[in-house]
Ligand binder design. Sequence first.
Ligand code: NIG
Ligand code: FE
Length: 403
Amino acid sequence: MSIELWTGCRAATMQAGAGASYGLVEDAAIAVEAGRIAWIGGRNELPAALRDRVTQRHDCGGALVTPGLIDCHTHLVYGGDRAHEFELRLGGASYEDIARAGGGIASTVKATRAASEAELRAQSLPRLRALMGDGVTTVEIKSGYGLSLEQEAKCLRVARSLGDEPVDVRTTFLGAHALPPEFAGRADDYIEEVLRMLPALHQQGLVDAVDAFCERIAFSTAQTERVFEAARRLGLPVKLHAEQLSDSGGAQLAARYGALSCDHLEWLSEEGAAAMAQAGSAAVLLPGAFYFLRDTRVPPVDLLRKHAVPIAVSTDCNPGSSPCTSLLLMLNMACTLFRLTPQEALAGVTRNAALALGLKDRGVLAPGLRADFVLWNVQQPAQLSYAMGFNPHRQTVFEGRPL
Ligand code: NIG
Ligand code: FE
């Protein structure tokens, strides 16, 4: 098998154990074989046996190389937009007011249901491409705007089809996102429906994980638990939108089901953080939603640090609370709004984002892992968090293939 060699770069490997550093390797070489990293280290230490098998060389021109970025929480497949609700909120209405008045998620459900599969794909693709332009090589996409078997299947098929692009798409079933209008006042009946949808969608190969929105404007912990039990029966991992608007103990519940992650967490308690630590669940922080909803309650980052909960950062790309398609901007916001260090922020979109998706083959640059990496026109990794709205992306390498 032939080897391609990338040199002329500094590599931020993001390997754990390197303390507060980025796992930096100066004057690095990355050897790629069959889409995987065969070796990474200082250029002068490249083993001769590997050097002899190099068939193609790439000069990175002094770039900083990081693992491909991972956006581990998005709802990017949806129809329409909610610019009008943005205007209403600017006029004084709150996100919860709008949801209770039948707008919010319900209005996106209407637009999503009305769109054909091709239209939905056409509307979603530019959002995906924007993320890819920021160096994203893995993206999670949730359903949750279809809310019936047929419509959820449509959304998940669109999400899967977006994997034709040079990006790895992971799909999450979020049937328990909101109550569809035909189930108004019958939340328990709708949960029964969700329990019928899940095995059918799983059988169609459309589900990598299962999520729910556990909140006073969505589903209770008891209802969420029924969804988690169903996921467990199918051997599917779970995640949870937890403690975004209130502390409902969702994190503790998710931890009992070994959740891959709990997401949002503005109202997370210490008990919740401790339970997550014990379960090995990642905390996915979503500064775009915090910003866009003008939230004032910052997620308890100190508690997450104290309990050594891995912190991930994501766009939460969705039409209602975070119409955001820049993961780089989220690095800056995670630092500015939540006081993450730039090192924590970058780990949050690489190593810890991989944990939040249960993926062990990516998120750091190390032998044996996928050769997904990004060349940046910066010297210091902190520059990626520092800039606002400037994109120093130079090139993405996806499964060893330069794009
Ligand atoms: O992650 N919290 C629930 N779901 C989304 C918002 C969905 C919407 O408003 O359309 C979120 O914030
Ligand atoms: Fe979300």
